[in-house]
Design a protein around this ligand. Structure first.
Ligand code: PSU
Ligand code: MN
Length: 327
């Protein structure tokens, strides 16, 4: 039979269903524990893998990734770390796979544009926020926990460097729990972009948008929510109404783990100078900046980064539970 795309006009309902199942079967591989949770309607939380391969050094990356999964389980949800693995969209890496990914060098950083090519080569790819959202949505997962999202880079009026994460937030129905927007990005322009695209930026128990390493950015969020139930209801309403796209849930780093804002801002300027001097651009920009920030602060930024991810994991699991209850 000639292969059609799902939704092709004249394609009967049953064929469309079969075709959707074929696509899932051919490309998606869901870890049994995750598949079981999804089948039973239990809460599941997606996690990205670029943070493991490009966001933190080994072995802290692996330790963090495993601890994040544990925190999510302790909160009563099922974690699913997402990556492209042996040519499959893998929803839920095993512990051994997380180790392998964390140790490997040269794993492709895969965003939306990269997915089909990494699959076609039957390779491995670490998924960014954008790619993780896509794969999570395919598996029916609506909550995704990370540290930081990509955004509009400083100097974007010249470089056009705007993360594909923002476009994905505009189109894919996943709530992304993060620690706000890093000041290595242009926070104001990132908020403008999200506003244009209709992506709500929600502060969890805060009116001010946090800036990843610090609790303050000088910018307000669009909406403050004080409970996960309130947030789950708003999300259900958004998606019930067919208002496609994600949301940014900004969860401030705990006070005790936050960095000194003067120190981090100075460090970021230094890192940006070095990036510009070396002419680093494109997909290398974010990993380069994260690495430099870590080098310059002698691990203080890495410790803050790890703690804020743990904090987000807890909130994400609670949100996933509230969302199950809301539906
Ligand atoms: N911010 C972090 N840690 C990360 C990233 C961002 O604090 O690991 C990663 C995420 O995977 C995010 C990606 O999706 O960087 C954005 O890259 P780019 O700016 O090239 O879109
Ligand atoms: Mn970019």
């Amino acid at each position: 039979m000639k292969r059609h795309l799902v939704g092709t006009p004249g394609f009967g309902k049953r064929e469309a269903w079969n075709e959707a199942m074929r696509i899932l079967h051919d490309y998606l591989e869901i870890k049994p524990a995750v598949a079981d949770a999804l089948r039973k309607g239990r809460p599941v939380v997606a996690l990205e893998s670029t943070i493991i391969s490009h966001g933190m050094p080994y072995p802290r990356n692996v330790e963090t990734a495993l601890r994040v999964e544990q925190i999510i389980r302790e909160e009563g949800a099922e974690p699913a770390t997402i990556a492209i693995w042996n040519g499959k969209l893998k929803v839920g890496l095993t512990e051994a796979e997380i180790f392998e990914l964390g140790k490997a060098s040269g794993v492709v950083k895969a965003s939306r544009r990269d997915i089909p090519f990494v699959l076609a080569k039957k390779g491995h790819g670490a998924t960014t926020v954008a790619a993780t959202m896509i794969i999570a949505a395919m598996a029916g997962i609506r909550v995704f926990v990370t540290g930081g999202i990509g955004g509009v880079h400083r100097g974007a009026s010249q470089t056009f460097d705007i993360s594909a994460d923002l476009e994905e937030l505009a189109r894919t129905d996943v709530a992304v729990v993060c620690a706000g927007i890093k000041s290595m990005l242009d926070i104001g322009l990132t908020l403008e972009y999200l506003e244009t695209k209709g992506v709500p930026v929600i502060g969890y128990q805060t009116d001010e948008l946090p800036a990843f390493y610090t609790r303050k950015s000088g910018f307000n969020v669009d909406y403050r929510v004080d409970s996960v139930d309130e947030l789950a209801n708003a999300l259900k309403t958004k998606w019930d109404l067919g208002l496609a796209g994600g949301v940014v849930v900004a969860n401030p780093i705990p006070e005790k783990d936050a960095m000194d804002s003067e120190l981090i801002n100075r460090t970021i300027l230094q890192a940006l100078d070095e990036m510009n001097a070396r002419g680093i651009a494109g997909k290398e920009a974010t990993p380069f900046l994260l690495g430099k920030i870590k080098d310059f602060t002698g691990d203080a930024s890495l410790m803050a980064n790890i703690q804020l991810v743990y904090n987000n994991a807890k909130l994400g699991a609670q949100l996933a539970k509230a969302l199950v209850a809301a539906y």
